[in-house]
Structures are given as C-alpha cells and as structure tokens.
Design a protein around this ligand. Structure first.
Ligand code: C2E
Ligand code: MG
Ligand code: MG
Ligand code: MG
Length: 291
C-alpha cells in the first residue's frame, strides 16, 4: 500500500511537473513566433523633471500585442522568456526599436528625450549587452547618452562576478546606468561606490504611502539625500497622486514617473502627450493644473 501511495505521489508530481514544463515550452514557442511576427510593441512612459517642468526622459516598456488575446503585460511573459535564451533576442529587439525611435524623433525635431530600457540579469550574465550596444550605435546615428539601462539590484549582484567590467565600459561609452526598484533588492550600498551608476529609481512600494507613513517618508528623503551627495540623480516610480508628487518635488526628487502624469502609451499617444505638456508649460498662467 505504501508502495502504491508512493507511486501515486510520484505520478502526481511527475504529471504536474510535466504540465508546468509543457506550459513553459508552449509559451516559449509562442514568444518565438511573436518575435518573428513582430507582435511585440513598446509603450513609453514620461518622466517629468521637477526643475525644468518638462518631460526630459521616458521609460520604454514592452507589451505583447497578441492577435487573439490583445495586449499582454510584461510580467506575464518576461519571466518565461528569462528562463530561456529568448530574453536575449527580446532585449536586443527592444534596444533596436528604441534607437530607431530616437532616430525618428531626431529627424523630425521632436523634443530631445532620453529613453531608458529594462535589461534582464541573464543578458548581463551572458555578456550579451555590451557588444549589442556597440552594434546598434554603429547602425543608428544616435549619441549614446540618449539611452539609459535600468538594472535591478539583483541583476547587478548576479552579473558582477568574474571581474565583469562591462558596466564600466558601457558607462564609458556614455550610456546611462540606473538602478531600478531601488531599496527592494539585496544590494549593499558599497556597490553605489564601486559601480558607475548615476541614477537611482526609488521603488514604487516606498512611494505608495510616502504621504501617509513617516517611515516611508524618511526612507525616500534619505535615498534622495544620499543619491545627491553621491552626485546621482533620483527618479520616483509609481507616482499616482498630487500629494505624492508635491512631497517628491518639495524634497527635490529629480524626475517623477507615474500614472499621476501619464500611463505608458503607444508612441503616437506619447508624442501627443509630450507636445501638449510642453505647450501647457510654456504659457505663463499661474495655477497650472500640473505644477
Ligand atoms: P519596472 O521596470 O519597474 O517598470 C515600472 C512598472 O510600473 C511598469 O509596469 C509601469 O507601467 C508601472 N507603473 C508606472 N507608473 C505606475 C503608477 O503610477 N502606478 C502603478 N500601479 N504602476 C505604474 P509594466 O509596464 O507592466 O512593466 C512591469 C515590469 O516588466 C517592469 O518593471 C520591468 O521589470 C519589466 N519590463 C518591462 N519592459 C521590459 C523590457 O523591455 N525588458 C525587460 N527585461 N523587462 C521589462
Ligand atoms: Mg524599469
Ligand atoms: Mg522600476
Ligand atoms: Mg518595479
């Protein structure tokens, strides 16, 4: 009997594991096809500079425009892509698209905007990023300082083994480096001294209650003060309310990103938003809705 139960148990695990594995495989396959069929698209979300009151930067965020299921957010498919080497092709596709977009904006005299892209740990661990950057900056006539890479603390920790000097070289090319979701990973502060990051993005979880919880407020103020004394700039992500924005501006957070201003948008809607935003801030009416 025990033997039998054991065998059933084994069968159960083996079946559910098979199922998980086959879902992974099927999705991987669909992602491969999606890449070939050009089903991915990039949304842009503005970052507003509190000093210039302009949109000076934006984050590029991938979506999967599935022919049947519609827009699929990255949290659903990026983790699956990260388990295979597909994330490397997706990462390359995103950076290529963004440089192409920057070229288009430059050609039509669209206001200069620095764009950040998210880079997965695996791309750095496999040392795929540096060479790809060299390739695309050859392909497109864009100055490297218009691009920034967002990297989480955990990606950084995993990828700096083996004397990886890619970050120094990338920074030396004048591509920006930002730490994403700062405060949620396992990074020691020493990394801020040893690696050439010039931007910290404060994680949304600290912003959520920044106007209600004194501890969150202290943490955010402290991150901003520390970043500035290290000559780094600070971005707040996930800013949803006027109160949060006012708190961050009062504490000199350099860039504000969040639904309060704008959700990530397809490129034409993003352009429209940037255009309207700059018009609004050129008129000298006091009491502007946004500032
Ligand atoms: P992330 O890099 O931390 O991006 C910020 C996420 O917060 C985005 O979700 C954005 O839409 C969302 N967000 C921005 N403002 C607000 C707000 O005010 N409220 C709320 N609730 N959310 C806000 P999204 O676009 O779904 O992306 C999720 C994550 O997927 C990203 O987190 C990033 O880790 C990953 N991701 C997105 N695009 C790429 C990509 O091209 N490559 C890789 N490797 N990862 C990507
Ligand atoms: Mg990001
Ligand atoms: Mg983030
Ligand atoms: Mg995040």
């Amino acid at each position: 009997n025990a033997k039998r139960a054991g065998r059933n148990c084994y069968m159960f695990f083996s079946e559910s594991m098979n199922k998980a594995a086959s879902i992974q495989l099927e999705t991987e396959n669909n992602l491969k096809i999606a890449l070939q069929n050009d089903e991915f698209t990039i949304f842009y979300q503005p970052k507003v500079s509190y000093k210039s009151k302009q949109i000076t930067q934006a984050e590029a965020l991938i979506r999967w425009n599935h022919p049947k299921k519609g827009l699929i957010p990255p949290n659903i498919f990026i983790p699956i892509a990260e388990k295979s080497d597909l994330i490397i092709d997706i990462g390359k596709w995103v950076r290529d698209q963004v440089l192409q977009q920057l070229t288009i904006w430059q050609e039509k005299n669209f206001p200069p905007i620095k764009v950040s892209v998210n880079v997965s740990g695996k791309e750095f661990i496999k040392r795929e990023v540096l060479q790809h950057l060299l390739d695309i900056f050859m392909k497109y006539q864009i100055a490297p300082h218009w691009l920034e890479l967002e990297i989480t603390e955990d990606t950084l920790i995993q990828s700096i083994k083996d004397n990886n000097t890619d970050y120094e070289i990338i920074r030396g090319m004048d591509v920006g480096l930002a730490i994403d979701d700062f405060g949620t990973g396992y990074c020691s502060l020493g990394y801020l001294k040893d690696y050439p990051f010039e931007t910290l993005k404060i994680d949304k979880s600290f912003i959520n209650n920044v106007t209600k919880n004194e501890k969150d407020a202290s943490i955010v103020k402290t991150i901003i003060a520390m970043a500035h004394s290290l000559n780094m700039s600070v971005v707040a992500e996930g800013v949803e309310t006027q109160e949060q924005r006012d708190f961050l501006v009062a504490n000199k957070c350099d860039l504000i990103q969040g639904y309060f201003y704008c959700k990530p948008q397809p490129v034409d809607k993003f352009e429209e938003f940037v255009h309207n935003f700059s018009q609004q801030n050129q008129t000298n009416t006091p009491n502007l809705a946004l500032f």
